[in-house]
Design a protein around this ligand. Structure first.
Ligand code: DGL
Length: 266
């Protein structure tokens, strides 16, 4: 395959709309790439599920994305990355980009020495999280904050409503009062709550992983000679395991134009 001549799509998946926060950045950086996005809404939420169950879903979705001819897969979900990315790399002969909460940049940027990681129970329970905390979190006080019901709010399209504001306030007020000056968004759904968090806690820096993960995907495509041809037109296909209409209705509220939703045929 010649460099910059691979027209196959990039696969991405999440339990629902969360991974669209990665997709948004990826499309901005690589507008010529086609993307197949698998939203596993029939199994939403992943966060409280047994890791074995999330792993099974990750395998099934990967098989489906390989069938759709994906050249690289972005696991656009911290919970699924925690449960499955190591095994996916062993089992499938295709490059993967996984995610882990941004502990390293948070520890570096904190002036108070205390940071809050906002994530799902599945992400906190995984070895990946433990290893980044061991490697990069030494000397920093790290508050684990489980985002109860936050992914559910975003999945319903509630990102800056009074209910969303109330939920982020309830989740983060304690850690911010204790001195946390950085909040790490350790779940792709929470990226959409960034404006609500910033408005509720103006003195706090909110760190997400949308852009770094999208950049990593672009770098890997370039490194492996998998970039789309120069004249390629980017496109988006959606595969939705649950209710398609409900999913499409949520898209405009998350900043995806209706045109893009209409573009997305099964
Ligand atoms: N978006 C997923 C993540 O990044 C989790 C949401 C869910 O609980 O399904 O962890």
């Amino acid at each position: 395959m010649l460099e910059g001549m691979d027209p196959r799509p990039v696969g991405m998946f999440d339990s629902g709309v969360g991974g669209l926060s990665i997709l948004r950045e990826f499309r901005r950086l690589a507008p010529r790439e086609r993307t197949v996005y698998f939203a596993d809404t029939a199994y939403f939420p992943y966060g409280p599920r047994d890791p074995g169950e999330v792993r099974k879903r990750a395998f099934a979705i990967t098989r489906r994305l390989v069938e759709a001819d994906a050249k690289l897969i972005v696991v656009a979900c911290n919970t699924a990355s925690a449960a499955a990315v190591a095994d996916l790399r062993q089992l499938f002969d295709i490059p993967f980009v996984g995610m882990v909460p941004a502990v390293k940049p948070a520890a570096r940027a904190s002036r108070s020495g205390r940071v809050a990681i906002l994530a799902t129970p599945g992400t906190f329970d995984g070895d990946l999280y433990t290893s980044v905390v061991e490697e990069f979190g030494r000397g920093t006080a790290i508050d684990r904050v489980v985002g109860h019901d936050l992914a559910e709010l975003v999945e319903r399209g509630e990102t800056d409503t009074p209910a969303a504001r109330e939920a982020v306030r309830a989740a983060l007020a304690g850690t911010v009062a204790n001195g946390a000056d950085i909040v790490v968004l350790g779940c792709t759904h929470y990226e959409f709550l960034e404006p609500a968090i910033a408005a509720e806690f103006p003195g706090v820096t909110v760190l997400g992983t949308g852009e770094p993960v999208a950049k990593r995907a672009c770098a890997l495509l370039a490194e492996l000679g998998l970039e789309a041809p120069p004249d390629a037109q980017g496109a988006l296909d959606l595969i939705i395991s649950g209710n398609r209409e409900a999913f499409l209705e949520t898209l405009p509220g998350l900043g995806f134009a209706p045109r893009e939703a209409a573009e997305a045929q099964p």
